[in-house]
Design a protein around this ligand. Structure first.
Ligand code: AMP
Ligand code: MG
Length: 333
């Protein structure tokens, strides 16, 4: 090899080594946790701007909650729509289109207009068993078909209807967070908002499926998966006891009462945060057979945990799952 060629090879190698060293030095890991959307959020980020990104994630989710999705924050987009029964929905129209689609494809098992009913149950604040007559009256003001999205205007056919993004808000947050992670060139991220997790990076991640009957730190299975979003809806998340019975926060839109179909949790794997969150709720309401078909229609992996300690992993989730609690059995179909 000529001297000049050897010199060129040495220079290229030196630059490469210097780049690796620089990249390693600036790829800092940064973790933060905070309370938002009535739940705990955590972010573990690796990249040169990991702290900046974590700070931005925190303020972004707070603004998304208070300014847009919250039903308790007086001037949020959702609160104004609920008070006025109509209005500018430009900031949420992309989400609404997706949620209307989930409502339709789930045959109404998912319905983001159940707000009047969930208000009666007061999950999240001071839960109580409502009067049956009050539930029936509130139910008459639900139904996604009564709402129309035209251009960017949402109009309620029933002015007493109340929209509630409780089943999809955490997933929406993950999609917004993803944009920040790209913008800040984050190399690897695990961000959770309540029961929804965003995994980003070129590696295999491990996500635990919670023991529905244990405390928040106990798991019955693990998912070993590439990047994406994972959301779980579980009856254990918010429940209370009245007259010797347990009541939880996932409601059957036909009855206005908590779903009682033998499921304890449903986990969805998707590239979309909003879909993972909305579909975990929808599939919980639909139960195993119909839920499996819905997850398939959206090309998402799904794991059902039933109260007889059987676990069903479908649409690809069977390739990722490892059962870690002997009391549970993976049912192979
Ligand atoms: P998640 O924990 O994501 O399953 O969401 C549950 C929350 O979504 C509840 O606290 C209610 O605010 C709302 N919700 C309950 N039942 C339904 C349903 N059938 N369709 C849509 N939203 C629901
Ligand atoms: Mg959900």
């Amino acid at each position: 090899m000529k001297k000049t060629a050897i010199a060129a090879v040495i220079i290229v190698a030196a630059v490469f080594v210097a780049f690796l060293a620089y990249d390693g030095a600036v790829n800092k890991e940064y973790s933060s946790d905070f309370f938002v959307m009535n739940t705990y959020a955590t972010a573990k980020l690796t990249g040169s701007k990991s702290k900046e990104a974590a700070d931005e994630i925190r303020s972004l989710t707070e603004t998304l909650d208070k300014g847009i999705l919250s039903r308790t924050s007086e001037n949020s987009v959702v609160s104004l729509l609920n008070v006025n029964g109509a209005g500018d929905a430009e900031k949420i129209s992309d989400y609404l289109e997706i949620l209307f689609d989930v409502c339709r494809k789930s045959g109404g098992a998912f319905d983001f207009t159940l707000g009047a009913v969930s208000d009666l149950w007061s999950f999240g604040s001071n839960p109580k068993l409502p009067d049956d007559s009050a539930i029936r009256e509130a139910l008459s003001h639900t139904g996604y078909e009564k709402l129309k999205l035209t251009e960017n205007e949402l109009v309620f056919g029933d002015k007493s209807a109340v929209i509630d993004f409780g089943a999809a808000g955490k997933g929406i947050a993950l999609d917004e967070i993803k944009a920040v992670l790209f913008e800040k060139k984050i190399k690897q991220a695990v961000v959770s908002v309540g029961g929804s997790v965003l995994l980003m990076g070129d590696k295999e991640f491990t996500v635990g499926i919670r023991n529905p009957e244990g405390n928040s730190g106990s798991y019955i299975a693990k998912l070993h998966i590439p990047e994406g979003c994972v959301s779980t809806s579980g009856s254990y998340e918010q429940q209370f006891e009245a007259n010797g019975r347990k009541y939880h926060h996932i409601l059957d839109p036909e009855t206005g009462y908590p779903v009682d179909n033998g499921l304890l949790s449903v986990t969805i794997i998707s590239q979309s945060g909003i879909l993972s969150d909305a579909l975990s709720t929808a599939c919980f309401v639909l139960g195993y057979e119909k839920g499996k078909a819905l997850a398939e229609a959206y090309d998402c992996g799904v794991v059902f945990v039933a109260d007889d300690k059987k676990i069903y992993a479908e649409n690809g989730a069977e390739n990722f799952i490892e059962i870690t609690d002997d009391a549970y059995t993976l049912v192979m179909q």
